[in-house]
Design a binder for this molecule. Structure first.
Ligand SMILES: [Zn+2]
Length: 784
């Protein structure tokens, strides 16, 4: 009697699956940390890192002293390459954010021999206020451009298109440098293509994400032709990105200039983003090399191709694959592929039933473990994360939504998903035939593919696991059953699916936060579903399930022991001092969930829950002040407010006033106590487009960042005369810890300022006293 099962072949099949899963990560990016680039025409990581270290010693947010140092440094570095450098100083506004500042972009041009349209290299040199060192975000991009340009200029200079370098300013404040360039610089509107370098963490692969107003066809085809060594990107990210309101410098180029562009951004180790931990030492060198690996091939390709029309109306499904690069096919194939695969699947089922190889009863029974595993794992991930937030309340203070031990949690939920899957299938794999069990997961994949064809075409490459599943089913049904090598064939057929999907299991929670581990669980179960023929062949399923559970428990223990804070993983905390100059009241406020050794000196033992003022300063994730306490009144000079005009003309009220900080503050926010609709809003002679809020809004209507001493903010606004106008300003300076009026015990070395919120700041609140009487008298006159 021929043997149909060999434990060795099953083991090899399993090892092949594990090795392929490992390779799916390994192949994404360069892994050789140390290398010497001997030729001067190559990109030198060492040379780039020398610049990086120099410009990331201090926070360098727009308006800070070190910001000026970084600007001068970069200007000189470009001039040393023989380029003529322009500093474009321009008031710029962001209509969506209601933000404005005087941005100072660093701009240079390398002329081409016969330019179609210029290629723009873009990254921003400002760091996030007030504590980030901005090494990854985005000094890494800036020095990559600097070193790429150096290598490029070392080559025989024979490219066709002009290359413009724009090291933009004030990206963190509202993409303001990009706005200054696109809307106010003579070169801004005529760009052929932008290559933008960004970071939202300090590790992981660098993803390509394109921005276009049309379809991606030409951009993807040309990008693929450029042959970058480690392209990473897929149309699922592209489709999701298009649906979300996104904000990078490229958004300004696309919206205001109809310019196409590629973003290259790494998003791993998100917890470092916008903090003092975004430092030279913590930036992953392999990540940096990956980001840089895109640049020279793309510059060389696009500097020599026709950039006058990269627009297209069609979209492509695309994904990266080792040794192939970017594979793609049209969106228009997605629905036909889904229909054909569904049809083939039905055909196989019919033949299977006809030939009595499939049992209808067993097939239906096969849905029980699959649906059970799907719901079991997703619920485990969902409630598991909620549970973790309860036992570790300190996680609420990490506003990124990704904790320092986050990777352990992903591993834990994936391991538990495997254990839960095997538990649900334990008896069914013994009781039912595997071909019958395979019908349920493939049916779910068919439904997913059909839904994708209508709602998320960018995920069209989900047809690959579906076709693999169908192929495995067909082989199992129709190829002779006594072939002992079958499990190995199955594993080999699963390779493309594993390479494409295993990285997605990690990418979703890394990109969207640990609350998204449910997606990891879902993908894990979907993959295990089509791997059932291999799983079925394994003689050691029971210990395997226990091993998966054990790995999950070990991951949990690892995470638990690393859930605290230390020098490597610092505790974020926050404090602000607010003085209401009208009411002569002052408060300490903190965004933390509980007070600690640092904040207790302000909040005392019995702080009051909630905020002292509902209009105070919005933060990135709408984080509210959690605790406050009354503070001593200190002697600060309130900002000077000068009303120039407040009059009514026709149906409109026109108000013109000026604000000047008397203590060199960093930011002035204009707050409206009532919802108002601005008909016209002019900030230092630059009009906010379509007024900033199309609907009535209360709260912050402008955040203006001051960049020089004695700078005057000049504001003109027009509203309907019917509106109630009650304005006040919040003037913030980031010098709380160094201000001589306070005697503050500094943070312990395992702490750091919390990002995304106003922090370590002195805030003065002042009402703007408009000529209310005059205005209402005029109001009477005009209505009578
Ligand atoms: Zn950035």
């Amino acid at each position: 009697m021929p043997t149909t099962k060999s434990p060795y072949i099953s083991l090899i099949s399993l090892l092949l699956i594990i090795a392929t899963s490992y390779y799916s990560f390994y192949s994404l990016m360069p892994n050789n940390s140390i290398s010497t680039e001997a030729k001067s025409t190559n990109f030198s990581t060492q040379k780039a890192l020398v610049h990086l270290k120099k410009i990331t010693q201090e926070p360098h947010f727009t308006g800070s002293d070190h910001h000026q140092f970084v600007r001068e440094y970069l200007k000189t570095a470009l001039e040393d390459l023989g380029l003529e450098v322009e500093i474009q100083a321009q008031i710029a506004v962001n209509n969506k954010w209601g933000a404005a500042t005087k941005a100072k972009n660093i701009i240079a041009k390398i002329p081409g021999t016969n330019s179609s349209k210029p290629l723009l290299l873009l990254s921003h040199y400002d760091s996030n206020p007030h504590s980030s060192l901005g090494a990854s975000d985005a000094a890494s991009g800036v020095v990559t451009i600097l070193e790429s340009v150096r290598a490029l200029l070392a080559q025989p200079n024979n490219f066709k298109n002009d290359i413009i370098i724009c090291i933009s300013d004030a990206e963190e404040l509202g993409l303001l440098g990009a706005s200054a360039f696109v809307n106010h610089h003579p070169w801004g509107k005529n760009i052929g293509l932008v290559l933008n370098l960004e970071a939202r963490g300090s590790g992981g692969p660098s993803y390509m994400l394109l921005e276009t107003n049309g379809g991606n066809e030409t951009l993807i085809k040309t990008f693929s032709n450029a042959n970058t060594p480690y392209p990473v990107g897929n149309s699922l990210m592209y489709s999701i990105y298009k649906m979300l309101p996104n904000d990078t410098d490229l958004t300004i180029f696309r919206e205001d200039g109809n310019v196409n562009g590629f973003n290259f951004a790494f998003i791993g180790d998100h917890f470092d983003y916008h903090t003092v931990q975004d430092s030279y030492d913590r930036m992953d060198i392999n990540t940096f090399k990956h980001q840089a690996s895109y640049m020279l091939p793309l510059i060389q390709y696009y500097a020599n191709s026709d950039l006058s029309n990269l627009n297209s109306t069609n979209d492509l499904v695309y994904f990266n694959f080792p040794h192939i690069g970017i594979a793609y096919y049209p969106f228009s194939w997605v629905l036909p592929i889904a229909i054909i695969l569904a049809f083939v699947f039905l055909l196989i089922i019919s033949i299977g039933i006809y030939k009595r190889r499939l049992s209808v009863r067993e097939t239906l029974q096969g849905f029980i473990p699959f649906i059970g595993a799907l719901t079991g794992t997703i619920l485990t991930a969902f409630f598991g994360w909620k549970f973790l937030l309860i036992i570790h309340p300190q996680y609420q203070d990490i506003l990124h939504g990704f904790t320092y031990n986050g990777y352990s949690y992903i591993a834990m939920f994936v391991a538990f998903s495997i254990a839960i899957f095997l538990r649900f299938y334990k008896n069914y794999l013994l009781k039912l035939q595997v071909q019958n069990l395979l019908i349920a997961p493939i049916t779910i994949w068919v439904l997913i593919n059909i839904a994708i064809a209508y709602y998320l075409k960018g995920a069209g490459f989900f047809s690959i696991p579906l076709s693999t599943g169908i192929l495995l089913l067909a082989i199992h049904l129709f190829v002779q059953n006594n072939n002992k090598w079958k499990p190995l064939y199955y594993s080999i057929l699963l390779i493309p699916t594993l390479i494409i999907f295993v990285p997605l299991i990690k990418m979703f929670p890394v990109g969207l936060g640990l609350k998204m581990t449910g997606i990891s669980a879902l993908f894990t179960v979907l993959l295990l579903g089509i791997a059932l023929p291999v799983i079925h062949s394994l003689p050691f399923r029971k210990p395997l399930g226990r091993l998966a559970f054990l790995i999950g428990v070990l991951a949990f223990i690892t995470a638990f022991t690393n859930s605290g804070y230390n020098l490597e993983n610092r505790q974020p905390n926050s404090i602000i001092y607010t003085l209401d100059t009208d009411a002569q009241k002052a408060y300490w406020g903190s965004y933390n969930n509980s007070s600690d050794d640092f904040t207790v000196q302000f909040l005392g033992d019995q702080p009051i829950a909630g905020n002292y003022d509902t209009t105070i300063t919005a933060s990135k994730y709408k984080t509210a002040i959690k605790w406050h306490r009354e503070a001593p009144i200190k002697n600060f000079k309130a900002p000077e407010i000068n009303i120039i005009t407040d009059s009514i003309q026709g149906n409109n009220r026109f108000v013109h006033f000026r604000i000047k900080s008397l203590r060199n503050a960093n930011r002035i926010e204009l707050i409206s106590s009532y919802p108002i609709r601005l008909k016209l809003f002019v900030v230092n002679d630059i009009a906010m487009k379509k007024a900033i809020h199309p609907v009535k809004k209360r709260g912050t209507i402008l955040s203006y960042y001051l960049t020089s001493p004695n700078e005057i903010l000049d504001l003109k606004l027009t509203i309907s005369k019917e509106e109630t106008l009650n304005l006040s300003i919040l003037e913030a300076s980031f010098d709380l810890l160094s201000n001589p009026q306070f005697d503050i015990k500094p943070r312990a070395d395992y702490m750091m300022p919390m990002p995304f919120v106003l922090n370590d700041a002195i805030v003065l609140k002042k009402r703007i006293n408009l000529y209310k009487a005059t205005a209402s008298e005029q109001f009477k006159e005009t209505t009578n």
